[in-house]
Design a protein around this ligand. Structure first.
Ligand SMILES: O=P(O)(O)OC[C@H]1O[C@H](OP(=O)(O)OP(=O)(O)O)[C@H](O)[C@@H]1O
Ligand SMILES: [Mg+2]
Length: 182
Protein backbone atom coordinates (compact mmCIF):
# COMPACT_ATOMS: atom_id res chain seq x y z
CA UNK A 1 0.00 0.00 0.00
CA UNK A 2 1.47 3.33 -1.04
CA UNK A 3 2.16 5.86 1.73
CA UNK A 4 3.81 8.49 -0.45
CA UNK A 5 1.77 11.69 -0.84
CA UNK A 6 0.70 12.42 -4.40
CA UNK A 7 -1.43 14.83 -6.41
CA UNK A 8 -3.52 14.15 -9.49
CA UNK A 9 -3.01 16.39 -12.53
CA UNK A 10 -6.02 16.46 -14.85
CA UNK A 11 -5.19 14.78 -18.17
CA UNK A 12 -8.54 14.14 -19.93
CA UNK A 13 -11.59 16.23 -19.02
CA UNK A 14 -15.05 14.83 -18.33
CA UNK A 15 -16.29 16.78 -21.38
CA UNK A 16 -13.70 15.17 -23.66
CA UNK A 17 -14.59 11.72 -22.31
CA UNK A 18 -18.29 12.28 -22.94
CA UNK A 19 -17.66 13.46 -26.50
CA UNK A 20 -15.45 10.45 -27.25
CA UNK A 21 -18.01 8.02 -25.81
CA UNK A 22 -20.72 9.50 -28.05
CA UNK A 23 -18.51 8.94 -31.12
CA UNK A 24 -17.58 5.38 -30.07
CA UNK A 25 -21.24 4.51 -29.39
CA UNK A 26 -22.02 5.38 -33.01
CA UNK A 27 -19.36 2.95 -34.24
CA UNK A 28 -20.56 0.19 -31.88
CA UNK A 29 -24.17 0.66 -32.99
CA UNK A 30 -23.10 0.23 -36.60
CA UNK A 31 -21.13 -2.93 -35.78
CA UNK A 32 -24.02 -4.52 -33.84
CA UNK A 33 -26.94 -3.08 -35.85
CA UNK A 34 -28.20 -6.63 -36.59
CA UNK A 35 -28.02 -7.92 -33.00
CA UNK A 36 -31.13 -9.23 -31.28
CA UNK A 37 -29.31 -8.82 -27.95
CA UNK A 38 -25.88 -7.44 -27.12
CA UNK A 39 -24.33 -8.67 -23.88
CA UNK A 40 -22.20 -5.79 -22.56
CA UNK A 41 -19.66 -7.17 -20.07
CA UNK A 42 -17.99 -4.76 -17.65
CA UNK A 43 -14.63 -5.72 -16.13
CA UNK A 44 -14.83 -4.80 -12.48
CA UNK A 45 -13.95 -2.82 -10.75
CA UNK A 46 -12.33 -0.23 -13.00
CA UNK A 47 -14.90 -0.19 -15.80
CA UNK A 48 -17.96 0.62 -13.66
CA UNK A 49 -18.10 4.33 -14.62
CA UNK A 50 -17.25 3.84 -18.30
CA UNK A 51 -19.82 1.05 -18.82
CA UNK A 52 -22.54 3.11 -17.12
CA UNK A 53 -21.98 6.05 -19.50
CA UNK A 54 -21.39 3.87 -22.58
CA UNK A 55 -24.51 1.68 -22.35
CA UNK A 56 -26.72 4.76 -22.01
CA UNK A 57 -25.50 5.84 -25.46
CA UNK A 58 -26.36 2.45 -27.00
CA UNK A 59 -29.96 2.36 -28.22
CA UNK A 60 -29.68 -1.38 -28.88
CA UNK A 61 -31.22 -4.42 -27.07
CA UNK A 62 -28.58 -4.59 -24.30
CA UNK A 63 -28.01 -7.05 -21.47
CA UNK A 64 -25.37 -6.09 -18.88
CA UNK A 65 -23.13 -8.52 -17.05
CA UNK A 66 -19.91 -8.23 -15.04
CA UNK A 67 -16.71 -10.14 -14.59
CA UNK A 68 -14.17 -9.23 -11.93
CA UNK A 69 -10.53 -9.67 -12.82
CA UNK A 70 -7.59 -8.38 -10.83
CA UNK A 71 -3.87 -8.22 -11.47
CA UNK A 72 -2.61 -5.01 -9.83
CA UNK A 73 -3.96 -5.13 -6.31
CA UNK A 74 -2.82 -1.96 -4.55
CA UNK A 75 0.37 -1.48 -6.58
CA UNK A 76 1.46 0.20 -9.80
CA UNK A 77 2.78 -3.02 -11.31
CA UNK A 78 0.90 -5.88 -12.95
CA UNK A 79 1.33 -9.25 -11.28
CA UNK A 80 0.95 -10.71 -14.79
CA UNK A 81 -1.29 -13.28 -13.16
CA UNK A 82 -4.87 -12.41 -13.92
CA UNK A 83 -7.23 -13.67 -11.24
CA UNK A 84 -10.93 -14.06 -12.06
CA UNK A 85 -12.63 -13.07 -8.81
CA UNK A 86 -16.19 -13.04 -10.14
CA UNK A 87 -17.43 -14.76 -13.32
CA UNK A 88 -20.36 -13.86 -15.56
CA UNK A 89 -23.84 -14.78 -14.35
CA UNK A 90 -25.05 -15.74 -17.81
CA UNK A 91 -23.78 -17.98 -20.60
CA UNK A 92 -22.54 -16.27 -23.77
CA UNK A 93 -22.52 -19.18 -26.29
CA UNK A 94 -23.93 -17.91 -29.58
CA UNK A 95 -24.38 -14.38 -28.17
CA UNK A 96 -23.06 -11.01 -29.33
CA UNK A 97 -20.65 -9.79 -26.63
CA UNK A 98 -18.87 -6.48 -26.03
CA UNK A 99 -16.28 -6.44 -23.24
CA UNK A 100 -15.82 -3.01 -21.65
CA UNK A 101 -12.49 -2.19 -19.98
CA UNK A 102 -11.18 1.02 -18.45
CA UNK A 103 -7.51 0.74 -19.42
CA UNK A 104 -5.19 -1.60 -21.32
CA UNK A 105 -1.63 -1.28 -20.01
CA UNK A 106 0.56 -4.42 -20.30
CA UNK A 107 -2.43 -6.10 -21.93
CA UNK A 108 -2.41 -9.15 -19.63
CA UNK A 109 -5.87 -8.56 -18.14
CA UNK A 110 -8.00 -7.97 -21.23
CA UNK A 111 -6.13 -10.47 -23.41
CA UNK A 112 -6.67 -13.13 -20.72
CA UNK A 113 -10.37 -12.30 -20.44
CA UNK A 114 -10.90 -12.28 -24.21
CA UNK A 115 -9.15 -15.67 -24.47
CA UNK A 116 -11.36 -17.02 -21.68
CA UNK A 117 -14.62 -15.69 -23.14
CA UNK A 118 -13.79 -16.76 -26.70
CA UNK A 119 -13.49 -20.35 -25.38
CA UNK A 120 -17.23 -20.11 -24.59
CA UNK A 121 -18.07 -19.72 -28.29
CA UNK A 122 -19.91 -16.38 -28.49
CA UNK A 123 -21.29 -15.44 -31.93
CA UNK A 124 -19.31 -12.21 -31.91
CA UNK A 125 -16.81 -10.99 -29.30
CA UNK A 126 -15.48 -7.43 -29.38
CA UNK A 127 -13.77 -5.24 -26.80
CA UNK A 128 -13.52 -1.55 -26.03
CA UNK A 129 -11.04 0.18 -23.71
CA UNK A 130 -11.37 3.80 -22.68
CA UNK A 131 -7.58 4.17 -22.33
CA UNK A 132 -4.67 2.41 -24.01
CA UNK A 133 -0.97 2.62 -23.13
CA UNK A 134 0.72 1.00 -26.19
CA UNK A 135 4.23 1.76 -24.90
CA UNK A 136 3.68 -0.58 -21.96
CA UNK A 137 2.27 -3.55 -23.89
CA UNK A 138 3.75 -6.95 -23.02
CA UNK A 139 1.39 -9.14 -25.05
CA UNK A 140 0.18 -8.84 -28.63
CA UNK A 141 -3.28 -7.42 -27.99
CA UNK A 142 -5.32 -4.44 -29.15
CA UNK A 143 -8.94 -3.62 -28.33
CA UNK A 144 -11.41 -3.25 -31.17
CA UNK A 145 -12.21 0.28 -29.99
CA UNK A 146 -10.06 2.66 -27.95
CA UNK A 147 -11.12 5.92 -26.37
CA UNK A 148 -7.73 7.57 -25.88
CA UNK A 149 -4.12 6.47 -26.35
CA UNK A 150 -2.05 7.78 -23.45
CA UNK A 151 1.70 7.85 -22.65
CA UNK A 152 3.32 5.77 -19.91
CA UNK A 153 1.72 7.61 -16.97
CA UNK A 154 -0.12 6.10 -14.02
CA UNK A 155 -3.64 7.46 -14.22
CA UNK A 156 -6.66 7.55 -11.92
CA UNK A 157 -10.23 8.78 -12.07
CA UNK A 158 -13.41 7.88 -13.96
CA UNK A 159 -13.47 4.49 -12.23
CA UNK A 160 -9.71 3.90 -12.28
CA UNK A 161 -7.89 3.63 -8.96
CA UNK A 162 -4.49 3.74 -7.33
CA UNK A 163 -4.72 1.57 -4.19
CA UNK A 164 -8.53 1.83 -4.32
CA UNK A 165 -8.47 5.66 -4.24
CA UNK A 166 -9.69 8.29 -6.76
CA UNK A 167 -12.12 6.08 -8.68
CA UNK A 168 -14.70 8.82 -8.08
CA UNK A 169 -12.83 11.64 -9.86
CA UNK A 170 -15.00 12.83 -12.80
CA UNK A 171 -11.95 13.15 -15.09
CA UNK A 172 -8.82 11.14 -15.94
CA UNK A 173 -5.73 12.44 -14.13
CA UNK A 174 -2.09 11.39 -13.85
CA UNK A 175 -0.50 10.63 -10.50
CA UNK A 176 2.44 12.83 -9.45
CA UNK A 177 4.29 12.10 -6.20
CA UNK A 178 4.99 15.25 -4.22
CA UNK A 179 7.53 14.28 -1.56
CA UNK A 180 11.17 15.27 -2.29
CA UNK A 181 12.50 12.25 -0.39
CA UNK A 182 12.12 10.04 -3.48
O1 LIG B 1 -3.29 -4.20 -19.13
P1 LIG B 1 -2.95 -4.53 -17.69
O2 LIG B 1 -1.50 -4.31 -17.36
O3 LIG B 1 -3.44 -5.91 -17.28
O4 LIG B 1 -3.68 -3.47 -16.75
C1 LIG B 1 -5.00 -3.12 -16.95
C2 LIG B 1 -5.88 -3.63 -15.79
O5 LIG B 1 -5.39 -3.18 -14.51
C3 LIG B 1 -6.43 -2.52 -13.78
O6 LIG B 1 -7.22 -3.42 -13.06
P2 LIG B 1 -6.84 -3.82 -11.54
O7 LIG B 1 -6.14 -5.14 -11.58
O8 LIG B 1 -6.13 -2.66 -10.90
O9 LIG B 1 -8.24 -4.04 -10.86
P3 LIG B 1 -9.49 -3.00 -10.79
O10 LIG B 1 -10.12 -3.04 -12.18
O11 LIG B 1 -10.35 -3.58 -9.73
O12 LIG B 1 -8.95 -1.65 -10.47
C4 LIG B 1 -7.31 -1.95 -14.85
O13 LIG B 1 -8.64 -1.77 -14.39
C5 LIG B 1 -7.27 -3.02 -15.94
O14 LIG B 1 -8.22 -4.03 -15.67
MG1 LIG C 1 -9.36 -3.55 -13.89
Amino acid sequence: MTKRPYVVDEMITAKAIAARIEALAGEIKREFADTDKLVVVGLLRGSFVFIADLVRELDLPVEVDFLEASSYGDTMESSREVRILKDLRSGIEGRDVLVVEDIVDTGHTLSHVIHLLSSRHPRRLKSIALLDKPSRREVDFRSDWIGFEIPDEFVVGYGIDFAQRNRNLPFIGKVRFTDSSD
